[in-house]
Design a protein around this ligand. Structure first.
Ligand code: GUN
Length: 284
């Protein structure tokens, strides 16, 4: 049976340390960090993510403002909100919850956030900084995955890492972060032929494909480290489940993360870290 790496446990540790750090800020800087979250509509996933962000801010002592607007607002109205937050010197971080309603161009809105306040690391400037190894904000889920690997003392250098999924928010950036740590990285996707053959070579397997229980035991090498980034509903039970068939894979892997309680809590924790980083740069 694999060792289960608890993202929840790591998140608790990190949040405790951040709380202590933030408690020194009022004296040092005259105020605490301030994160502004914009939530358009009532997508259940988004509502739940935003509630998790609010809870984490309260826990750590970060000021949080959530701006809620109905699905019916226009793109121009949303742009005006972003511009106001850009100019508001009391705001250190801006997060526009995705997905946005269909009548909006998400890229256009994300591009409108000033890069220094882009706590998600989604702005093209921050994305480019990652690929050019320049200072910038790294997006939360890939950052959280690396923190989980480090927490479990997983050696990355020289290892064969396989990432399933090529999204801009997870697959691509985590591949770059693993490459920067000298792993040999392969990215699999929906057109990959003989995907099991590829994934079976992984010392470190990152599943970020968005398909419930996609990774089965025969896709995993004996002793592999398996990180499950999926947040899906199990079509049979309706329960939250990952991209990995945990019950089948746990006896083959050496380390594994669970859903829930794995990568998810670290995503929000890294958002808090990014908010503090943006605040500290703002205070320089
Ligand atoms: N929707 C799902 N995950 C995220 C995230 O990390 N950031 C934003 N802005 N929206 C999301």
């Amino acid at each position: 049976m694999a060792i289960v790496i608890s993202g929840k446990e790591l998140a608790t540790l990190r949040r405790g340390a951040m709380k202590e750090e933030v408690s020194t800020f009022t004296e040092k800087y005259g105020r605490v960090p301030h994160l502004a979250v914009v939530l358009v509509g009532e997508d259940p996933g988004s509502v739940s993510y935003v509630a998790g962000k609010e809870k984490a801010c309260i826990e750590i002592g970060i000021k949080n403002t959530t701006i809620r607007r109905p699905n019916t607002i226009s793109q121009d109205e949303l742009l005006a909100i972003v511009n106001e937050l850009n100019q508001d010197d009391s705001v250190d971080g801006i997060l526009v919850q995705l997905p946005l309603p269909k009548h909006m161009d998400s890229d256009f809105i994300i591009n409108a956030i000033v890069p220094e306040k882009d706590v998600d690391g989604f702005h093209p400037y921050n994305v480019a900084s990652l690929y050019l190894k320049q200072p910038g904000t790294v997006s939360c889920t890939p950052k959280g995955i690396m923190e989980i690997l480090d927490y479990a003392h997983i050696e990355i250098e020289g290892k064969r890492a396989v990432v399933i999924g090529r999204s801009n928010i997870v697959g691509m950036p985590v591949s770059k972060l693993l490459l920067d740590r000298n792993a040999t990285v392969t990215i699999c996707h929906s057109r990959t032929k003989n995907i099991s053959e590829v994934t079976s070579e992984a010392d470190i397997l990152i599943a970020a494909v968005g398909k419930p229980l996609f990774v089965k035991a025969d896709m995993v090498k004996e002793g592999a480290v398996v990180i499950d980034v999926g947040v899906n509903r199990n079509p049979e039970t309706g329960k939250l489940c990952g991209d990995v068939d945990f019950e089948a894979v746990k006896d083959k892997a050496s380390y594994i993360t669970k859903v829930p309680g794995g990568v998810g809590p670290m995503t929000i924790t890294c958002l808090m870290e990014n908010t503090i980083e943006c605040f500290l740069k703002h205070m320089e």
